[in-house]
Structure formats: structure tokens, C-alpha cells
Design a protein around this ligand. Structure first.
Ligand code: SF4
Ligand code: SF4
Length: 308
């Protein structure tokens, strides 16, 4: 079974891309599920959509937990924990990102387990964010290695029927252009077996330390006592600064930190107060030199010898 998850923002064609891919699979004789997921709908909000396709009936339901391919139409979502882009990413997963950063940078910054392939923003859909979803669906259709150009062309024609002819033509040609472009890459998205009830392994739990009542919910009766709330206990991802790359523009990371958890030392280097850093990764997004990377909290405490 193939499991593909698309992530992007409302308005970037993520839902349409998943529908086109689902229909292309269907035209090749696959059983297909395709569903979008978004909260309060609004342009620009993170959304995702997913496609399952199999030659045999699909019994699996719900959100795809272990994708064979993760498609990221908007790279500003990559470090946002709430977007959960890398959820279930394994070594065999292909992560396809519309991004001007090189693949190695993303692999290093977010400790990505799978293979990463980046399509530059400037060329994907001639630089228009509205066409990035189309570039992605064209690329993914080719990288699957089992879908024909005819199936994609047909799916595009049927799914884009509500657009005016100029927009439909531009969207279709972007998708087909990326289908053709991917002929040069050796990467093939690997199909994985359906989950069997007998071999199913539940998701890995993150063990959280037991918190003492007054620490979790301290009585705050006056101003300037918020430091008593140890927001660091909420963290699932830990930002780590690489001081060999940091250029001491502390007014960026420290100003944007919503917890005021980044202090500046006497030499002008930012220092993260992990008792209050809640792991939102706003600092990682703001850092212009990519000096901040995120590690899963459990991994970070193991590496720093904190884990008991
Ligand atoms: S934004 Fe990045 S480079 Fe600038 S001080 Fe903070 S960690 Fe260093
Ligand atoms: S992740 Fe960065 S921005 Fe968020 S609370 Fe921690 S130090 Fe502040």
C-alpha cells in the first residue's frame, strides 16, 4: 500500500493535489482513499491531506501515521510542531519539500530520518505559491514509478474542471512539467505493507517526568511571578544553538521568543533557559544563519546525560 501525506497552507492547492493523485491512482486500477484535514478553514492556516492506494482493499482508516512520502508545499511549516510534518517519518520515507534550502540543511536542522528532496521555490510553478501544490503532485506521481503520464493528465483534467481555462492550463502544465522533470532522478517512493492487527506496534510514547503540583500549577497572586511556571515541562522538541554558526544577532531569537527564555551573555551570545523554553521553535524559524536545530526532547536529554 502507498501512503502519501501532503502538508501546506490553505490556498496552496494541497487538497486539490491529493485529489489529483488519488484520481490518478484510481485510473490505474488502485483502491484509493483520499481525505483532507483542516481546522477552522482559513487561507494560510496549516492543513494536510492524505492518499492511500493499494491493489487490494484498504481496511486502514484515519490519518496516515507512517507515510511512505511526506510532501511539504510550504517549508515555513517544517519546524512548526503543531503542523506535525515529520510525524511517522522513517528511514524509508521520502520527504519532498518546496524549498530553496539544500536537502542536507533540512536533514541536519530537523534530524530527518528519511531521504529529503528539495524543489527550489523559484522554479516550482514559476515561483507562484499557488502552483507549488501542482509542482508537488506532478513530481510525486512520477516518483511513485507506477503511474502513467496519461493517468495524471486525465486526473488533472477532471479535478481542475472548476477552474477557468487559463488557470487550469497553468496548473496542468506545471504538474506535467514536474512529472517530466523527475525522470532524471533515481528516487522511487517505496510501497509499504498494510498494517496487520497481529504485528501492529503502537506509537512510541514520550515519558514525561512526574510533576509536583506546586510546580505545574503554582499559585500566582501577583505580577512578575510567571517565572514560577516551568513552561520547559511542556517541551517535546528542544532548540539547540550551534555557537560555531551563531553570529550573535541576539535581537532576533531573543526578541521573538514568546517566553522570554533566551538571555544574552556578556559576550553577546544567546543562552536558552530550558526551564522556561516551551519548545515552540519560533527561534529556529527566525534564526537567519540556521544556527538553531531541534532535537526530540528525549533524544536531547539522552545526549546531554540528563535521562535517568
Ligand atoms: S538568531 Fe541565530 S545567529 Fe542570531 S543570535 Fe540567535 S541563534 Fe545566533
Ligand atoms: S523554542 Fe525558542 S522561541 Fe520557543 S520558547 Fe524555546 S527558546 Fe523561546
Amino acid at each position: 500500500m502507498y501512503r502519501i501525506r501532503f502538508h501546506g497552507r490553505g490556498g496552496q492547492g494541497v487538497k486539490t493535489a491529493s485529489r489529483i493523485l488519488g484520481r490518478a491512482f484510481f485510473k490505474e486500477g488502485y483502491d484509493v482513499q483520499d481525505a483532507p484535514r483542516y481546522g477552522a478553514e482559513r487561507r494560510g492556516a496549516p492543513i494536510f491531506a492524505y492518499v492511500r492506494a493499494s491493489r487490494t482493499p484498504i481496511h486502514e482508516r484515519g490519518i496516515i501515521q507512517r507515510p511512505d512520502c511526506i510532501v511539504v508545499v510550504d517549508d515555513t511549516l517544517m519546524p512548526v510542531p503543531a503542523a506535525a510534518i515529520l510525524q511517522g517519518c522513517e528511514q524509508k520515507t521520502l520527504v519532498l519539500i518546496i524549498s530553496d534550502l539544500p536537502a542536507e540543511k533540512w536533514t541536519h536542522r530537523l534530524q530527518i530520518q528519511g531521504k529529503v528532496l528539495c524543489l527550489p521555490k523559484s522554479v516550482a510553478g514559476k515561483g507562484s505559491p499557488l502552483l507549488w501544490g501542482m509542482a508537488c503532485v506532478g513530481a510525486v506521481t512520477r516518483l511513485l514509478g507506477v503511474l502513467s503520464r496519461e493517468a495524471l493528465t486525465d486526473a488533472l483534467r477532471q479535478e481542475l474542471v472548476t477552474l477557468d481555462s487559463a488557470a487550469a492550463e497553468q496548473s496542468s502544465s506545471t504538474a506535467l512539467q514536474y512529472f517530466d522533470k523527475m525522470a532524471a532522478t533515481q528516487i522511487v517512493i517505496q510501497e509499504s505493507s498494510p498494517a496487520a492487527a497481529t504485528t501492529y506496534t503502537s506509537p512510541r510514547w514520550l515519558d514525561m517526568p512526574m510533576e509536583i503540583g506546586p510546580q505545574t500549577a503554582p499559585a500566582i497572586y501577583a505580577g512578575a511571578t510567571s517565572e514560577k511556571l516551568a513552561t520547559g515541562l511542556w517541551r517535546t522538541q528542544r532548540p539547540i544553538i550551534d555557537y560555531t554558526v551563531c553570529n550573535r544577532c541576539w535581537w532576533l531569537c531573543s526578541t521573538f521568543c514568546p517566553e522570554g527564555a533566551i538571555h544574552v551573555d556578556s559576550e553577546g551570545f544567546p543562552q536558552i533557559d530550558y526551564t522556561h523554553c516551551k519548545g515552540c521553535l519560533v527561534c529556529l524559524v527566525q534564526c537567519p544563519t540556521h544556527a538553531i536545530q531541534a532535537l526530540p526532547e528525549q533524544e536531547a536529554s539522552r545526549l546531554s546525560g540528563e535521562e535517568k
